[in-house]
Design a binder for this molecule. Structure first.
Ligand code: AMP
Length: 213
């Protein structure tokens, strides 16, 4: 099963991606996580990506596409994968379609988790992330057992730079201009699945599973 998660930043697609990866026993590939790991490790890619990410802009396609195409060819991807945060532009989507079709493969489903813009800013200011292990939470929708402390590894949680309100607004504009067109792209390919992302996360997950089977 090869699945793409679509949806605005803060729509909850990362959480759904993790749950789906667990259900199907396939890797969860988040380009945001890959960039953040590179930033943490001080790599060249991390340095380049950070400049864009901190401003709420997209990392250029030439730094992103090959990274993902290489990743989906690794051994752990033979049964499929969940792509979370990629593709985010039409050229990225076209590059992915081309790379897959060259191997006789295709995306099975592109899941659009729909949440109106107004709800996004409120939601994202409540997001908290663990820098150490990458786990993400929400102070209202997905709280940790102890406030401010990661359930998974016990480290302190932070509000990511790119989740701050002014950056969120910029990311939403970028999403609407550059990523929204992917909805039509995958609709045309006949693989678009739309779910109401305003429901609680277990209900959203149940809706996705009911459609994907
Ligand atoms: P995310 O964790 O998916 O919300 O991604 C965080 C940030 O990483 C985004 O705001 C972008 O700056 C960058 N990023 C992640 N995935 C991509 C992508 N496919 N193309 C370009 N930039 C990306």
């Amino acid at each position: 099963m090869k699945i793409i998660m679509l949806g605005a930043p803060g729509a909850g697609k990362g959480t759904q991606a993790k749950m789906l990866a667990e259900k199907y026993g396939i890797p969860h590939i988040s380009t945001g996580d890959i960039f953040r790991a590179n930033i943490k490790n001080g790599t060249e890619l991390g340095k380049k990506a950070k400049a864009y990410m901190d401003q709420g802009m997209l990392v250029p396609d030439e730094l992103t596409v090959d990274l993902v195409i290489d990743r989906v060819q690794k051994d752990d991807c033979v049964k499929g994968y969940i792509l979370d945060g990629f593709p985010r532009t039409i050229p990225q989507a076209e590059a992915l379609t081309k790379a897959l079709s060259g191997r006789g493969e295709k995306i099975d489903a592109a899941v659009d988790v729909e949440v109106p813009d107004e709800a996004i800013v409120t939601r994202m200011s409540g997001r908290r992330a663990c820098v150490k292990c990458g786990a993400t939470y929400h102070i209202v929708y997905n709280p940790t057992k102890t406030e401010g402390i990661c359930d998974a590894c016990g480290d302190a949680l932070i509000l990511r730079e790119d989740d701050k309100p002014e950056t969120v607004q910029k990311r939403l504009t970028v999403y609407n201009e550059q990523t929204q067109p992917l909805i039509d792209y995958y609709k045309t390919l006949g693989v678009l699945v739309e779910v109401d992302g305003t429901k609680n996360l277990n209900d959203v997950f149940a809706d996705i599973c009911a459609i994907l089977g």
